[in-house]
Design a protein around this ligand. Structure first.
Ligand code: AMP
Length: 279
């Protein structure tokens, strides 16, 4: 596996790959890799010829600096997992490589308001930071396809919008959520949960299943949301939202919508978890 920290080295190799007419797949991550990330790499390997995974803990998307400081960093272990997964290239740049001195960190991306809802309402500026990093990484890597997880449904929707509004040539592939055998969506943040919280956090996927059953039974959507919040709270978590949204506009869903998604965020102690289910 190639490992590059420097943009010039990376571009030199990727230009050769492009000249050979090979398709480049890109998997952006913040490291602390798990099966969820590896599933994106597996999809990228199936659909493209050369897979670039990046590990970059992007400071511009953390509205809470303690969250940034606490973010797990496990580079040596990540490199071993990537090699095992037969990933072709790891791009692990420094902040200065991604955001050089003259880079405009004040740029505001126009994301059709998708960035102000849900996660955006609870984490102001978060998605502008995500868009900034992904836009810059796409400029550096120039992939044919970018692979992102449904785990971050709103994020993937926003990046699809970014690609459209910036008229980029990259195609976005959204890959399914990988869960633990008991149903907890895998996340780098789970490493910070005690056994007790890991158990309590199962209420999130259970409540998403409840919402699916209630939607099948044509119950009132707003009532389902209310009951879901109560279930999460009763299990000892602190829910921020449980909302059933239109999968395209991310606004409150109606039964007439062709794609509905239940999305939720909740605190398990001092760890903030998100999960969702396409209904
Ligand atoms: P992160 O390192 O958390 O920024 O995630 C990098 C990518 O992996 C994002 O596209 C996530 O949506 C995706 N991802 C994270 N967890 C999972 C999961 N459990 N299943 C599938 N994809 C995931």
């Amino acid at each position: 596996m190639f490992i590059f920290k420097n943009n010039d080295d990376l571009r030199r190799l990727l230009d050769k790959i492009k000249n050979k007419k090979l398709k480049i797949g890109f998997v952006p991550t913040m490291g602390a890799l798990h099966e969820g990330h590896l599933s994106l790499i597996a999809s990228a390997k199936k659909q493209t010829d050369f897979v670039v995974t990046s590990i970059f803990v992007n400071p511009t998307q953390f509205n809470d600096q303690t969250d940034l400081a606490k973010y797990p960093r496990t580079l040596e272990k990540d490199i071993a997992l990537l090699a095992q997964a037969d990933n072709h290239l790891l791009y692990a740049p420094s902040v200065a490589q991604v955001y050089p001195k003259n880079f405009n960190k004040n740029r505001v991306f126009h994301l059709k308001g998708l960035d102000n809802l849900l996660e955006g309402a609870f984490r102001p500026g978060h998605f502008n930071g995500v868009a900034m990093a992904v836009h810059r990484l796409l400029e550096i890597v120039q992939p044919d396809a970018i692979f992102m997880g449904q785990k971050d449904y709103q994020q993937a929707t926003i990046i699809k919008q970014l690609i459209q509004s910036e008229k980029l040539k990259t195609k976005l592939v959204m890959c399914p959520i990988i869960r633990s055998p008991k149903g907890l969506a895998l996340s780098s943040r789970n490493a910070r949960l005690s056994d007790e919280w890991l158990n309590k956090a199962l209420i999130l996927s259970k409540t998403l299943n409840f919402a699916q059953a209630a939607i099948n039974a044509k119950k009132s959507i707003r009532l389902i949301e209310k009951e879901a919040m109560q279930k999460i709270e009763a299990a000892g978590l602190r829910p921020e939202y449980f909302t059933i949204i239109n999968g395209n506009t991310l606004k409150n869903a109606r039964y007439s919508d062709n794609k509905m998604v239940a999305v939720t965020a909740a605190w398990a102690g001092d760890v903030r978890l998100i999960d969702n289910m396409i209904l």
